[in-house]
Write a new protein. Sequence first.
Length: 188
Amino acid sequence: MRRLSRTLAALTLAGAGLLVATVPAGAATGAAATVQCEAGWGSLTKASTDSAYRSLLDVRAGRHECYDRLVFDVQGVGDRPIGYRVEYVDRLQQDGSGDVIPVGGGAILAVRVAAPSYDTSTGEPRYPGHAGAPLPGVDLTGFRTFQDTRFASSFEGDTLVGVGVRARLPFRVFQERNRIVVDVAHTW
């Protein structure tokens, strides 16, 4: 029995030695690992037509290691869907008038969210966007992909925003409770 215990102990130590020998040097010393960025999102139109039609409250941007993010906060919709249509366009046109709104960057991503910038019951403004102006409170300093944002319109229950990006890059769109999230990758 004693011999079996010693043999098991020796095998356990040998196994531990093999495990340590196979761990990459950076992981063993605590060095940061290289991040593998996902690039399979594609650049074709992404849309969802169902919608709760609630007011847009805010638009904010964030930087991430692999992508830049734009978040549209919509008044409490719970688990109900928020409609959207996100696509690359040659030019951003204001709904209603058709006026072209200049957007800086190598490509323009048009983001339409089925959430008006006004209160749906009173008509009072909720999000302070103005046609042709940069998005209020969105500072793109230090972003790798986003270069410009422009408020286009809030018309017939939809809000349209233009995002100027470096180039036509892959993006994804998803709903997270009362938010529509648009991520644009830094690279293909």
